[in-house]
Design a binder for this molecule. Structure first.
Ligand code: KIV
Length: 263
């Protein structure tokens, strides 16, 4: 397999082909995820919940993400590594630049940042310095307290606002948009509106890529999982087989199915 870059994702979008993304936090899974052909690994701040046992992603630090990014890099052969900027790691421009540089030094190829239209200035500064950015919109778990829970976003008038935000952040330099927990129609509209690749999680079947949290798709998450989650171990006899099935079902467009989507 060729090394995946942000250009690969753009080319796949232009060719109308899907790509798969999975969270990853260690070297062994990094190698197995590579073997399954999954194009992008996300060192997500979800590690605060699935590895550290917190009830939100807020306690995660830049040092935590850097540590796990280094481990993922060691097991990586050809996938693109995206690292999450955790809660308040973008408190001001200087902090944002330094924290992003730390994640790139740890082995990330791009950083992901949660927020809205106000991210534009930071995204421009990062891309000017050679750090590609994925803008995470819709349900942004770092805002759980402000949002009053993990709820579907972008319904009604908020949908048009979200499309405009995605366009503004692409214009500011975002290389990738990630959409979490929005109605499928909105997932499709954003994907058509922007030229850059759009990754969805609970954003319907029409986004260019799909992402899931590793522990969710292996069926080992403790507690309740979201509607958009599918346990791929139910149809597989091994972890490598489940990873391969996830990749194949995203590529073929059979995942997500109707029951994983929001109206
Ligand atoms: O931290 C994470 O794993 C994420 C995904 C849920 C998209 O941001």
């Amino acid at each position: 397999m060729n090394t995946v870059t942000i250009n690969t994702l753009r080319e796949l979008k232009e060719a109308g082909k899907k790509f798969s993304v999975l969270t990853c936090y260690d070297s062994t899974f990094s190698t197995r995820i590579n073997e399954a052909g999954i194009e992008v690994m996300l060192v997500g701040d979800s590690l605060g919940m699935v590895l550290q046992g917190h009830d939100s992603t807020l306690p995660v630090t830049v040092a935590d993400i850097a540590y796990h990014t280094q481990a993922v890099k060691r097991g990586n052969q050809h996938a693109l590594i995206m690292a999450d900027l955790p809660f308040m790691s973008d408190a001001n421009l200087a902090t944002l630049l330094e924290n992003s540089a730390q994640l790139m030094r740890a082995g990330a190829h791009l950083v992901k940042i949660e927020g809205g239209a106000w991210l534009a200035e930071g995204i421009t500064k990062l891309t000017q310095r050679g750090i590609p950015v994925c803008a995470h919109l819709g349900l942004t778990p770092q805002m759980v307290n402000q949002m009053g829970g993990y709820k579907v976003q972008g319904r009604g008038d908020a949908g048009q606002a979200l499309i405009e935000t995605a366009l503004a952040l692409e214009a500011a330099g975002a290389s990738v948009i990630l959409l979490e927990c929005v109605p499928s129609d909105l997932g499709e509209a954003v994907t058509q509106a922007v030229k850059c690749p759009v990754i969805g999680i609970g954003a319907g079947p029409k986004t260019d890529g799909q992402v899931l949290v590793l522990h969710d798709m292996l069926g080992i998450t403790v507690g309740k999982t979201a509607k958009f989650v599918k346990n791929f171990m139910l149809e597989a006899d091994s972890i490598p087989a489940a990873l391969a099935a996830y990749h194949q079902q995203v590529k073929s467009g059979t995942f997500p199915a109707k029951e994983h989507c929001f109206k």
